[in-house]
Design a protein around this ligand. Structure first.
Ligand code: DQA
Length: 160
């Protein structure tokens, strides 16, 4: 069965009470439940983790990649804007990663408008709330399907 890892970074365990005008009132548990249901309808499964620690997040990425997960959804939160170490970790993975942010970074402070990590992810989604995670999940599952165009394109590039 296809497995997608969902890794949430610092302060995202406080969803539901943290800056609700920006992040809404739904909790991390609500998010994980939503994704578990969506994965089920896609015939897949998810594994989830939240950490406030950069090194733990890197260890998780390495572990999931070694486990052979199909893809990874990552919200590195504040580390997106600061962490070269996390960027290097993502960059070294052969597993496709999609970065998601709940809020629209481009409507916020200028320091949030650059992500070190998004540049080494396959794609990035921001500003769509929890829907961004659902879209990322669908994209990772769809492109892992051998008949998907993205998959064929990737094969064509690697066979050159
Ligand atoms: C966030 C945006 C980051 O700038 C911030 O530090 C977060 C959450 C988001 O999901 O919108 O903690 O990643």
């Amino acid at each position: 069965m296809k497995t997608i890892g969902v890794l949430n970074g610092p302060n995202l365990a406080q969803l539901g009470t943290r800056e609700t005008e920006i992040y809404g009132t739904e909790t991390l548990e609500d998010l994980e439940q939503l994704l578990r249901k969506e994965a089920q309808t896609l015939g897949a499964t998810i594994i989830t983790e939240q950490s406030n620690h950069e090194g733990i997040m890197i260890d998780t990425l390495e572990r999931w990649s070694k486990q052979g997960v199909t893809g990874i959804i990552i919200n590195p939160a504040a580390y997106s804007h600061t962490s070269v170490a996390l960027r290097d970790a993502i960059s070294g993975l052969s597993t496709p990663c999609i970065e998601v942010h709940i809020s629209n970074l481009y409507q916020r402070e200028s320091f949030r408008q650059h992500s070190l990590t998004a540049a080494v992810c396959q794609g990035a989604i921001c500003g769509l709330g929890f829907t961004g995670y659902v879209l990322a999940l669908n994209a990772l599952i769809q492109q892992s399907n051998p008949t998907s165009l993205t998959h064929q394109k990737a094969d064509a590039v690697t066979s050159k």
